[in-house]
Design a protein around this ligand. Structure first.
Ligand code: A3P
Length: 304
């Protein structure tokens, strides 16, 4: 059973938006925080692959790419279940009786690919102990903020977004689920020096998907024929994924994700921030970013 089990005694109207509760200083949705003991104790296996991101950095896109690479570019095999079942989100504890991503991951046969949005310091320690491979995707702060704002509007498992101005203020202050964007991207940037982490950028994936897909396949030690690579590029492009019910989250009840408010597959571009940020907001975000990332070697492109 998945999040789409509308028929099984689940009333989406009963969903109350969560509050945020801090775990080790990081705000998390209350259901996730309540289950933190279990999440922290997640038992990773050595052949697990973890896809980790700050929310809205291109997680689903990478999940679909990885699943396609692992299945020889066969779209039929990748249509076996919605993306959140093929690659469970381990901190997801939706309202009962819907299953948690944590339990779905536990029940999965190896080799597993799982998803997390944990900042580096909150990742369940077994991923480090088992030396699991990790793919991290980062996206520039301005597009990431815009995408997160619209996702709050349509997703009842997140707090109310408020106005764009209010949301942006909270985003810059790190007062949103999973905390500060800068701490997240920087924490994982540093972690790649001591762990097998492939660190990729949304903007690079947009610029040259084939190049970035090759990097993923190489990291997974999987050889790709050019024809298979082409197939993966086609299948994972935005326009295609937008219409693919196994990837676009339209199978989730509309009481949880309301695509009429804002579709999950919204724009899929670099630079949409220009439609939302005022000049002053853009300058403030750029200054904050520059200050926090200074000296790290980590830089972002906000347009292509
Ligand atoms: P926008 O809201 O800017 O459109 P996540 O999967 O981490 O929740 O990220 C969702 C964001 O990635 C959304 O951004 C979504 O449109 C975008 N996205 C999803 N699939 C994509 C694809 N194949 N190509 C480009 N962007 C994609």
């Amino acid at each position: 059973m998945g999040l789409e089990s509308e028929q099984e005694g689940f009333d989406p109207k009963s969903i109350k938006r969560p509050t945020l509760v801090e775990i080790e200083g990081i705000p998390l949705p209350d259901e996730t925080a309540e289950n933190w003991g279990r999440i922290k104790g997640f038992r990773a296996r050595p052949d697990d692959l973890l896809i980790c991101t700050y929310p809205k950095a291109g997680t689903t896109w990478m999940q679909e790419i990885v699943d396609m690479i692992q299945h020889g570019g066969d779209p039929q095999k990748c249509a076996r279940a919605p993306i959140h079942q093929r690659c469970p989100y381990i901190e997801l504890f939706p309202p009962k009786p819907l299953p948690s991503g944590f339990e779905e991951a536990e029940a999965m046969a190896s080799p597993r690919t799982v998803k997390s949005h944990c900042p580096v310091q909150l990742l369940p320690p077994s991923f480090w102990e088992q030396n699991c491979k990790i793919i991290y995707v980062a996206r520039n702060a301005k597009d990431n903020a815009v995408s997160y704002f619209h996702f709050h509007r349509m997703n009842r498992l997140l707090p109310n977004a408020g106005t764009w101005e209010e949301f942006l203020e909270n985003f810059i202050a790190g007062k949103v689920a999973y905390g500060s964007w800068a701490d997240h991207v920087l924490g994982w940037w540093k972690a790649k020096n001591r762990h097998p982490i492939l660190y990729l950028f949304y903007e690079d994936m947009k610029e040259d998907p084939a190049r970035e897909i090759r990097k993923v396949a190489q990291f997974l030690d999987i050889e790709l024929l050019e024809s298979v690579l082409d197939q993966i590029v086609q299948h994972t492009n935005f326009e295609y994924m937008k219409t693919n019910p196994m990837a676009n989250y339209t199978t989730v009840p509309s009481g949880i994700l309301d695509h009429a408010i804002s579709p999950f597959m919204r724009k899929g571009t670099v630079g949409d921030w220009k439609e939302h940020f005022t000049v002053a907001q853009s300058e403030q975000q750029d200054d904050t970013c520059a200050r926090l990332l200074q000296g790290s070697g980590l830089t972002f492109r906000t347009q292509l």
